[in-house]
Design a protein around this ligand. Structure first.
Ligand code: FES
Length: 261
């Protein structure tokens, strides 16, 4: 069901790079290639490090007027640490967009719950921007709550325009206290559920959705080398056999995922 938009490799320029909290930052780049769809990702690497393997990063926002793409990134290793230190005007190689998109699975009408954990909010916020009239309810979970409104707005992105927004934080600061799945009571109220976030969160959510037999799709993470289906480095096991996270996903039906390992 994937609607392909041919990937392209482009040397882009960083137009902004700023932190939103201790671990998370937002990177803006120019982008003149094919328009990415919400849920797709780019393989990105700084031009100045020729040895650097590109990292897969999902699209947070695409602006077709300004020809810019925005990424919400959490520092969790050498690569993302490098990205966080890059300066405005530096060159970045972007290759993409890759993968399937949320809209490949979204019914024409109805209601959908979007459930995110941490920076997993990015691809789901992109979907709200892509389908602004759709009846989305956004459930967003974070480790720590936002101390300032500007910080919350930056982190939620277009997700704050969903018809309903529920925010939980494990420290309970300016949010419901606890994990977001604890506040996701009735999956059966929705026609479909989309989710992205840490595996433990996805697992808890999928158990709830599968029990009520509500269709649920999740964006999976995996280490990637090529991003284009060639190296098999991102293979995950599913009930239908091995699948490449980059080109068969990154979005998979919960029915196909093996979650009890
Ligand atoms: S990253 Fe190479 S096949 Fe997926």
């Amino acid at each position: 069901m994937c609607t392909a938009n041919a990937a392209k490799s482009v040397i882009c320029e960083i137009t902004a790079n700023y932190p939103v909290d201790g671990e998370t930052f937002i990177l803006h780049c120019t982008w003149t290639g094919p328009a990415p769809r919400a849920g797709q990702f780019f393989m990105i690497k700084p031009v100045r490090f020729s040895f650097f393997l590109p990292r897969p990063i999902g699209v947070f926002e695409f602006n077709p007027v300004q020809n810019t793409v925005k990424f919400l990134i959490t520092r969790h290793g050498k690569g993302t640490q490098e990205f966080s230190q890059m300066q405005i005007g530096e060159k970045m190689q972007l290759t993409g967009p890759f993968g399937n998109a949320w809209a490949d699975f979204l019914p024409d009408s109805g209601s959908a719950a979007l459930v995110s954990g941490g920076a997993g909010i990015a691809p789901l916020a992109a979907l709200v921007a892509e389908k602004p009239d759709y009846n989305f309810h956004f459930y967003a979970g974070f480790k720590t709550g936002f101390k300032e409104k500007e910080q919350e707005d930056a982190m939620l992105g277009a997700g704050k325009n969903a018809k309903k927004v529920i925010i939980a934080a494990e420290d309970g600061v300016n949010a419901l206290s606890g994990r977001i799945v604890e506040y996701f009571f009735e999956p059966e109220k929705y026609d479909i559920i989309f989710s992205c976030g840490p595996f433990e969160m996805l697992k808890a959510l999928l158990l709830k959705c599968n029990k009520k037999d509500v269709p649920c799709y999740v964006s999976m993470e995996s280490r990637m080398a090529c991003g284009a289906g060639a190296c098999l480095g991102c293979t995950i096991r599913t009930t239908k056999g091995n699948r490449r996270c980059c080109s068969d996903g990154p979005i998979f039906s919960s029915k196909d995922l093996i979650i009890n390992e």
